[in-house]
Ligand binder design. Structure first.
Ligand code: AMP
Ligand code: GLY
Length: 427
């Protein structure tokens, strides 16, 4: 088989790494990829939103399966376009991708499906939002409706700040047209967990659980980021809990979509807050999580390719996936200044010093400069993942490896998974 993967982050590197292990696959192309991906697959110079070029490439290179990494092409309807040309593609159609593309759509589907989620209201005028804020107590969770590169959620601790945020989003369009409408919702407390599942719109197979670390600095301080590290499995849920979460959240959501004639085929990411009242859905994403994928896929023993093909063909026949019982810990190395402005073109050194065969380095923001040196090109540069018999071993190995990488100004969190496994030990 020939496979085309779309995207250029750590998630896509992990997907390519996993797809490459399949005996069914003879060639992998990646559009556009990055320096690390180019070492294991052929990168093609097509951007993630050049859909006509992508289709042309898939047709002329006889691609058997296309796998979409990021949300934007899905929200733009790349799957509908590929299908119209009879090209096999893994991912949900545009109508289903609204679960991530529009928070308003997503919350309304959840309400209709009776899925536990924070109480919410939708606003498109500053006045009405301010009246609402005046009647309620902080903190307020304010979300731009559309895609905002993971930045569209603001938590305001005071009414003044909430009013300012509302004006910034609706009036000043700080997130562009994504902020035409907003959702204001109740603030939930608890531990977060990421549930990724594969579905053809009927059968659901959950992947192993994982936990992301969204804040930039240790002890969950600093601004929200795309994710600074993750580990799998999440230490506070059992397989039974995971099944029950899926039945309470994803299943009714997928069934509600189906009643509207929308069949969800692909990967669904359910962002969960484990509250005192049980699991609540924070958000849906319509694609693999990043960095969750880098922590989950190293533990997957089954071949992922047949499952993706079955879903792309509309009938999931696989019943179960096999998992490595070990823990996987992933730490992201980020550029100085991330998630704000950051420098580029800083040399990446020390990768060859990592000699542990239980460790994988997935590239996110790397490229080669004209002199052939590997340099930084993004906010998140690398995701280093390590397997270990328990959290402690995975933690020790991943940090031993990441400390060998030398990039001027780059930083990483020192506490990925630490709070939770310390809690487990204390029990
Ligand atoms: P979202 O993109 O909707 O997942 O939001 C990004 C992050 O904001 C989540 O991972 C949570 O950490 C936080 N968040 C979102 N919604 C809520 C909420 N209702 N209560 C508390 N935190 C939230
Ligand atoms: N790690 C969070 C996300 O992929 O959206």
């Amino acid at each position: 088989m020939k496979v085309l993967v779309i995207g250029s982050g750590g998630r896509e590197h992990a997907l390519v790494w996993k797809i490459k292990q399949s005996p069914l696959v003879e060639k992998i192309y990646v559009a556009p990829g990055n320096a690390g991906i180019s070492q294991i697959a052929e990168c093609v110079n097509i951007n993630i939103d050049q859909y006509d070029r992508m289709i042309q490439f898939a047709e002329s290179n006889h691609i058997d399966l296309t796998v979409v990494g990021p949300e934007k092409p899905l929200a733009d309807g790349i799957v509908n376009r590929f299908r119209a040309k009879k090209l096999k593609i893994f991912g949900p159609v545009q109508e289903a991708a609204q679960l991530e593309g529009s928070k308003v759509f997503s919350k309304r589907i959840m309400a209709e499906a009776h899925v536990p989620t924070a109480v919410f209201e939708v606003f498109n005028s500053v006045d009405q939002a301010e009246k609402f804020i005046c009647k309620k107590n902080p903190p307020f969770v304010i979300k731009a409706d559309g895609l905002a590169a993971g930045k569209g959620v603001v938590i305001s601790e005071t009414r003044e700040d909430a009013n300012k945020t509302v004006r910034n989003i609706i009036q000043d369009r700080m997130f562009g047209e994504s902020g035409k409408q907003i959702v204001i919702e109740e603030f939930l407390r608890g531990d977060e967990l990421s549930v990724l599942l594969l579905t053809d719109g009927e059968t659901i197979i959950p992947l192993a659980s994982s936990q992301d670390h969204k804040r930039a600095y240790d002890n969950d301080e600093g601004p929200n980021t795309g994710g600074m590290g993750a580990y799998s499995p999440c230490s506070f849920v059992t397989d039974k809990d995971l099944k029950s979460i899926v039945e309470k959240t994803a299943r009714p959501t997928i069934e509600t979509l189906k009643r509207k004639g929308i069949i969800y085929q692909g990967l669904l990411y359910v962002g969960i807050m484990m509250t005192a009242n049980g699991p609540y859905v924070l958000e849906y994403n319509v694609r693999f999580g990043d960095p969750e994928t880098e922590a989950v896929l190293p533990r997957m023993k089954s071949d992922i390719v047949p499952v993706m093909v079955e879903i792309a063909e509309g009938k999931l026949k696989t019943k179960k996936l096999e998992w490595d019982s070990r823990v996987c810990m992933t730490v992201v190395l980020a550029s100085e200044g991330y998630p704000g402005d950051y420098p580029k073109d800083r040399e990446v050194k020390g990768l060859s010093e990592i000699k542990d065969d239980q460790v994988s380095v997935f590239h996110a923001g790397t490229s080669f400069n004209p002199a052939g040196q590997m340099v930084t090109s993004g906010g998140r540069i690398l995701a280093v993942s390590s397997l270990g018999i328990d959290h402690q071993e995975a933690y020790d190995r991943v940090y031993r490896s990441i400390s060998k990488i030398k990039i001027e100004g780059a930083f990483y969190r020192k506490d990925i998974g630490k709070r939770v496994f310390e809690k487990t030990k204390a029990r």
